[in-house]
Design a protein around this ligand. Structure first.
Ligand code: NAD
Length: 442
C-alpha cells in the first residue's frame, strides 16, 4: 500500500519507518527542510534506539523516502497519516494549528479514495474539523477521516510500534476500516488486539490512557513520600501492589515526577476538555498539581541532603532527559529542578548521553561534562536525574574518590541503600531509608 506521513518527528518517522518495514511504500513529509536534508544524508534527526537501522534498510529497499513537498507525496496514497505536533497553547488547550495546516496541505492533492488518519494526539472533534477543512477545500475529494492514536514510548518506540499491546482504529466508515486493517495486517497476523471504535472514542482513548498512566506515576510518588516518613520501602510496596493483576507492575517506579512530550500536555488538554463539557475531572487536576509540586519538592530534597544549603556548592548531575534512551527534553523534570538549585546558589555540572544538544537550548549556566565521571571532580554531591543504563554501573570507588564528599542523591532509585552504605556513601533516594557509610541515618 502507499502511505504518506505528514510530520516526520518522533511519531511520524518511527511509524513511517515501521510501516515501510511491514512492506508498505512510505513517504515522510516535513516542513522542516533541515530535518529532511539530514534524512537524505542518512542522518537520523532524533535519538531512538534501532531507528537508524530500520530507516537505512527501508530506504535501501526503495520503500521509504522523504520530502518537504506534500503536493508530490499525497496523490494516489491509500492512507495519509497526520503526525504533526499538538503542543499546549497558553490556555492549556492543544494547539491544533499544525493539524489543520496539514489537512489544508493535503486537501488539494488528493487523488482516488484516501483515508486521512489522525495519529497526532488530538481532542474529541478534531477529526470532524479535519474532515470539514478537506471537504471545503476539495468538495470532489473521495476520502474518510479516521483516528488512530499512537501509544509508542520514546526509547522503546520501534518495539512498541511492531508489538503493540493494542491498535485503536476510530472510524465508522467501512472502506476506511478496510484500508486500516490492510495496513496493520502483518501485526494482526501476530494477534495484536485491534479495538474498533468511533472516531470520537478513539480520540478520547488516547487522552484517557495517558492521564491514567500519569495518575499511576503520581500515586506511587505520593506513596513514596509516606514511605520515607514511616521507614518503609516504596520499591517493595510497588512490587507488593503491582503483582496484583488488577494493578500491574508498570508505571509504579517512584521518581522525580513525570515529564516528556506527552503526559504534561495531554493531562492539561484533557482537563480543558472536561471543563468545557461541564464535567471537570478532579483526579486529573490533582495529578497535575501534585506533579508540579513534586518537582519543587525534589529540589528541596536535594538542598536538605546537602545540609540545608547549596549556596556556592557544586552539584554533579547525571541525566537531564525526561527518561533514558531519548534526546527529548520536552517538559523534563530537570528543566524545573536544576534552575531551582541554581536559584539557591548551586553551580551545576551535568552530563547526559544524548540530551545535551537539546538541553543546551533550555538550561542556562550549566557546565557540561564529556562523560559521567566528568561531573564529579570536587563536586559536593552527585545527583541522578535520569536512569540511563550507563549510570547504573558506575565504579563507586572512583565516584567516592572524585567527589568532595561521598554524597549521592538518586531520584531514580537505581542503586540500593544497602550497597551504597557498603560503598561508603551517604545515599538519599526516593521512598526509601537514607543511609550513610556503614549504616542507617538518624
Ligand atoms: P515532533 O515535534 O517530534 O514532530 C512533529 C513534526 O511535524 C515536526 O518535525 C514538524 O516540523 C512537523 N510539521 C509540523 N507541521 C507540519 C506540516 N504542516 N506538514 C508537515 N510537517 C509538519 O512531535 P512528535 O513527538 O512526533 O508528536 C506528534 C504527535 O504525536 C503529537 O500529537 C504527540 O502528542 C503525539 N504522540 C507523541 C508521542 C511521543 O512519544 N513523542 C507518542 C504518542 C503520541
Amino acid at each position: 500500500m502507499k502511505v504518506a506521513m505528514i510530520g516526520t518527528g518522533y511519531v511520524g518517522l518511527v511509524s513511517g519507518a515501521c510501516f515501510a518495514d511491514l512492506g508498505h511504500h512510505v513517504i515522510c513529509v516535513d516542513t522542516d527542510a533541515a530535518k529532511i536534508e539530514k534524512l537524505h544524508r542518512a542522518e537520523i534527526p532524533i535519538y531512538e534506539p534501532g531507528l537508524e537501522d530500520i530507516v537505512a534498510r527501508n530506504v535501501e529497499a526503495g520503500r521509504l523516502s522523504f520530502t518537504t513537498d506534500a503536493a508530490s507525496a499525497v496523490p494516489s496514497c491509500d492512507a495519509i497519516f497526520i503526525c504533526v505536533g499538538t503542543p499546549p497553547r497558553e490556555d492549556g488547550d492543544a494547539d491544533l494549528s499544525y493539524v489543520y495546516a496539514a489537512a489544508q496541505g493535503i486537501a488539494a492533492h488528493l487523488e482516488g479514495y484516501t483515508v486521512i488518519v489522525d495519529k497526532s494526539t488530538v481532542p474529541v472533534g478534531t477529526g470532524d474539523e479535519v474532515e470539514a477543512i478537506v471537504r471545503k477545500q476539495n468538495p470532489e475529494a473521495d476520502f474518510d477521516v479516521a483516528s488512530n492514536p499512537e501509544f509508542l514510548r520514546e526509547g522503546n518506540a520501534i518495539d512498541d510500534f511492531m508489538q503493540p499491546d493494542r491498535i485503536v482504529i476510530g472510524t465508522n466508515a467501512a472502506r476506511a476500516k478496510e484500508v486500516m486493517q490492510a495496513l496493520y495486517r502483518p501485526l494482526m497476523l501476530a494477534e495484536t488486539p485491534i479495538v474498533h471504535t468511533s472516531r470520537a472514542t478513539a480520540e478520547i482513548t488516547k487522552y484517557a490512557a495517558n492521564a491514567f498512566l500519569a495518575m499511576k506515576v503520581t500515586f506511587i510518588n505520593e506513596i513514596a513520600d509516606i514511605c520515607e516518613r514511616v521507614g518503609a520501602d516504596v520499591q517493595d510496596v510497588s512490587r507488593g501492589i503491582g503483582l496484583d493483576s488488577r494493578i500491574g507492575t508498570k508505571f509504579l517506579q517512584a521518581g522525580a515526577g513525570f515529564g516528556g512530550s506527552c503526559f504534561p500536555k495531554d493531562t492539561l488538554a484533557l482537563t480543558g476538555t472536561a471543563r468545557k463539557v461541564g464535567r471537570p475531572t478532579q483526579i486529573v487536576e490533582a495529578v497535575m498539581a501534585a506533579n508540579a509540586e513534586r518537582k519543587r519538592r525534589m529540589a528541596e530534597k536535594v538542598i536538605a541532603a546537602c545540609g540545608d544549603s547549596i549556596e556556592g556548592k557544586t552539584i554533579g548531575v547525571l541525566g537531564v532527559t525526561f527518561k533514558p534512551n531519548t534526546d527529548d527534553m520536552r517538559d523534563a523534570p530537570s528543566l524545573d529542578i536544576l534552575p531551582l538549585l541554581q536559584q539557591a546558589g548551586a553551580h551545576i555540572r551535568a552530563y547526559d548521553p544524548e540530551g545535551m544538544g537539546q538541553a543546551r537550548k533550555h538550561l542556562k549556566d550549566i557546565e557540561w561534562a564529556d562523560d559521567a565521571y566528568g561531573v564529579m571532580p570536587g563536586a559536593d554531591a552527585l545527583l541522578i536525574l535520569t536512569e540511563w543504563n550507563e549510570f547504573r554501573v558506575l565504579d563507586l570507588d572512583r565516584v567516592r574518590r572524585e567527589l568532595k564528599a561521598p554524597l549521592m542523591i538518586d531520584l531514580r532509585n537505581i542503586y540500593t541503600p544497602a550497597e551504597m552504605a557498603r560503598a561508603g556513601f551517604e545515599y538519599h533516594s526516593v521512598g526509601r531509608e537514607t543511609v550513610r557509610p556503614g549504616g542507617l541515618k538518624k
